[in-house]
Design a protein around this ligand. Structure first.
Ligand code: PLP
Length: 439
């Protein structure tokens, strides 16, 4: 029985989502469209198996093929990144970062990372509401008003705060990170150095973003972003990490299982192995290069029309439009973009004066449009549409009175879905999307 026969409702929702993905320009930088091969592995019989433990050391019988799959995934990623140890069992990025803390820190130790509002991630010590900010002390740093990290300031703060680990990675920071300098800063207080390259793993493999492998102790990344794999995560322990602590690999493995999880998702492991094989090709290198070329082309056309980008542009796959000059909030622009067929997300900008619920930025990325085969020429068209959308909604002002804001945003959003100019752009977007089908 297929899904349609077993559950017509879910089948119809999946079909609707597939159509939506075909017909819009998905520009959320943390997303990608996985290949048909990755999705086939994901939907395979491997989901039926229990295999607690690691290859050759399982708590269940019947794992001979699962063992081979896990070993293949591990070996492929070790070769691709040039590291001696890999763990492919984390369920996703957040549990993987938690595993690093669980492995290397004691409760109450100190984590230091980039603030979420400056383009960091929740798991890098975001206070109070996250595991990393609640069970550990946290001392975070921010970007400067120009959107860049001032490494001298961070170095001074690290010396003052003396964290046990530097957890460095970004979600909305469009510039390269200087891994060597981060290592130097970590060493100044004897801290561990975790490089979280979730967003840029595919770019690193493609040779268009610097690798942290020679400098970090542990490297973590999700597999579903620029790498184009299934939703999952990989933890790597580097030569440097093993030199610091020869048991680091074992500690990380133990933290993942049995520390934080039970049976691995073997279907995901197989899909990860497939995506790693795809990522090792010349075709993938060309793809990664094109992601960056597209982001730079998009940045250029947006700036040429007068929009402001945080840090003044991009080195990678993402960019953030700073809407403070227009005085419109990101929520309204993101909704208007969706009406126009361009899917992005609202985001804070450096030193945003608006609250995180109503931030002043919109974040955009080029991995998916590049997966579909679009190039600089299409980025120019997309950039013009984005500008037209921003212009169309730039007059909306968030009310001063806090209690009026939610109702205002709801009302504006309803209006946007009837806006003729935005709906006209949708038609052009759909025509463009038809020329670049999802494979
Ligand atoms: C830098 C970074 N770290 C960690 C994560 C967490 O990954 P997940 O959403 O898979 O838990 C993300 C996801 O957006 C990320 O961008």
């Amino acid at each position: 029985m297929n899904v349609r026969q077993a559950d017509a409702k879910i089948a119809s929702l999946i079909a609707s989502e597939a159509k939506r993905q075909e017909e819009v320009l998905e520009m959320i930088p943390s997303e990608n469209y996985a290949s048909a091969a990755v999705r086939e592995a994901l939907g395979s019989v491997l989901t039926n198996k229990y295999s607690e433990g690691y290859a050759s050391h399982r708590y269940y019988q019947g794992n001979r093929y699962i063992d081979e799959i896990e070993v293949l995934a591990r070996e492929r990623v070790k070769k691709l990144f040039g590291v001696p140890h890999a763990n492919v069992q984390s369920y996703s990025g957040s549990p993987a970062n938690s595993a690093v803390y669980f492995a290397l820190l004691s409760p109450g130790d100190k984590i230091m990372g980039l603030k979420l509002s400056g383009g960091g991630h929740l798991t890098h010590g975001h206070p109070e509401v996250t595991f990393s900010g609640k069970y550990y002390q946290s001392a975070q740093f921010d970007v400067e008003p120009d959107g860049r990290i001032d490494m001298d300031k961070v170095a001074a703060l690290v010396k003052k705060e003396r964290p046990n680990i530097l957890s460095i990675g970004t979600t909305a920071y469009p510039r390269f990170l200087d891994w060597k300098k981060w290592r130097h800063i970590a060493d100044s207080v004897g801290a561990y150095f975790l490089a979280d390259v979730s967003h840029v793993a595919g770019l690193i493999v493609g040779g268009v973003y610097p690798t942290p492998v020679p400098y970090a102790d542990v490297v973590m990344f999700t597999t579903h972003k620029t790498l184009r794999g299934p939703r999952g995560a990989i933890l790597l322990v580097t030569e440097r990490g093993l030199k610091k602590d020869p048991d680091m690999g074992k500690k990380i493995d133990r933290a993942v299982f049995p520390g934080l999880s039970g049976g691995p998702h073997d279907n995901v492991t197989a899909a990860i192995a497939v995506c790693l094989k795809e990522a090792a090709t010349l075709k993938f290198r060309t793809y990664a290069k094109q992601i960056v070329k597209n982001a730079k082309a998009l940045a250029q056309v947006l700036q040429d029309q007068g929009l402001t980008l945080t840090t003044g542009g991009t080195d990678c796959h993402l960019l953030v439009i700073d809407l403070r000059p227009q005085k419109v909030i990101g929520n309204i622009v993101a909704e208007a973009l969706e009406v126009a067929g361009i899917v992005a997300n609202y985001n804070t900008v450096p030193h945003d004066v608006n609250p995180p619920m109503y931030p002043s930025g919109v974040r955009l990325g080029t991995p998916i449009v590049t997966t579909r085969g679009m190039k600089e020429k299409e980025m120019k068209r997309i950039g013009v549409w984005i500008f037209q959308v921003v212009q169309e909604v730039a007059h909306y002002r968030l009310p001063e009175a806090k209690e009026e804001r939610a109702t205002f945003v709801k009302k504006v959003k309803a209006q946007l879905w009837k806006n003729k100019k935005l709906l006209a752009i949708t038609r052009d977007v759909k025509t463009l999307c038809k020329r670049f089908p999802v494979s």
